[in-house]
Design a protein around this ligand. Structure first.
Ligand SMILES: NC(=O)c1ccc[n+]([C@@H]2O[C@H](COP(=O)([O-])OP(=O)(O)OC[C@H]3O[C@@H](n4cnc5c(N)ncnc54)[C@H](OP(=O)(O)O)[C@@H]3O)[C@@H](O)[C@H]2O)c1
Length: 249
């Protein structure tokens, strides 16, 4: 079963108005975000609005992030700076550009830092051929192998606009649910909690070896299901990668 036609390739402009956040009751997290485009920029806007301390990086350098910094209060940094001194690091760059990240990105980062990756593999329109993924490795397992750090897969299946605008208080009918896959239960709990703060139900989608269940073209991809729907969709996913999500021969 696949996502409905017309939904999977939709690219969205970053919207401008985050929802009004509730007052913070807990200590803010220190969050580094690498990638300041549609998904990284949206997470920067939402997470700063929730009161978290966000530092954000792109490929061109902090001097190109002054507008986003002024808008949100986030601190513009280099990727290496975003990777250290934080509780959580979010990698929100195109899959094909992951190998460009510094080889020693996490050299000064404690082992217990939580690393989230939001990526999706679009070989034909953006990322080029990534051999291990073509051979069946889950996309986030490949990212993990490049980063040399365990990753949690999250936020990959929701459009940036919906991440910005569609959050609802816990218990609301039709609250959108987001799958979270990863091997470290404590790290996963932190991400599930953050997802709840952002206005979505988090669904534990199992270990990273199961994370193909939320990749592009699966039933949970860009379909904005509720928690029951996400659980059903994860169970119904097929491991077969459709032709349009394989590199051209
Ligand atoms: N767009 C969505 O709705 C959405 C939703 C869920 C998941 N995703 C996935 O999330 C990932 C990012 O997508 P996106 O749509 O946010 O992409 P995007 O709008 O094209 O933004 C990409 C960002 O990554 C930065 N970047 C690229 N290479 C980098 C490097 N080597 N070091 C540091 N920063 C680097 C870019 O910085 P520069 O501009 O300076 O190069 C830019 O800020 C993709 O894998 C995508 O499939 C996207």
């Amino acid at each position: 079963m696949r996502a409905p036609a017309g939904t999977r390739h939709r690219r969205l402009a970053v919207p401008h108005e985050p929802p009004t956040p509730p007052p913070r009751k807990e200590a803010p997290l220190k969050i580094g975000i690498i990638g300041a485009g549609q998904i990284g920029g949206t997470l920067t806007r939402r997470l700063t609005a929730l009161g978290h301390q966000v530092s954000v990086a792109n490929s061109r350098g902090p001097q190109t992030l002054t507008d986003l910094a002024e808008e949100t209060g986030a601190t513009p940094v280099t990727s290496s700076e975003a990777a250290r001194g934080n509780d959580l690091v979010i990698i929100a760059i195109p899959e094909g550009r992951v190998p460009e990240l510094p080889a020693d990105l996490f050299a000064e980062t404690p082992d217990d830092i939580v690393v989230v990756e939001t990526g999706n593999y679009y070989p034909r329109e953006r990322d080029g051929r990534i051999g291990p993924i073509e051979e069946g490795m889950p996309e986030s397992r490949w990212v993990e192998s490049r980063l040399g750090r365990p990753v949690i897969k999250a936020f990959n299946n929701i459009h940036a606009r919906d991440l910005m605008e569609a959050g609802k208080p816990a218990g609301s009918p039709d609250r959108i649910a987001l799958p979270v896959a990863g091997d470290d239960d404590a790290a996963k709990r932190m991400v599930l909690h953050l997802i709840d703060e952002l206005g979505f139900d988090g669904v534990d989608a199992g270990g990273l070896d199961e994370s193909w269940r939320q990749q592009p073209a699966t039933p949970v991809y860009a379909t904005n299901l509720d928690a029951a729907g996400v659980r059903r969709a994860l169970a119904e996913a097929s491991p077969e990668r459709p032709a349009e999500f394989r590199a051209e021969m």
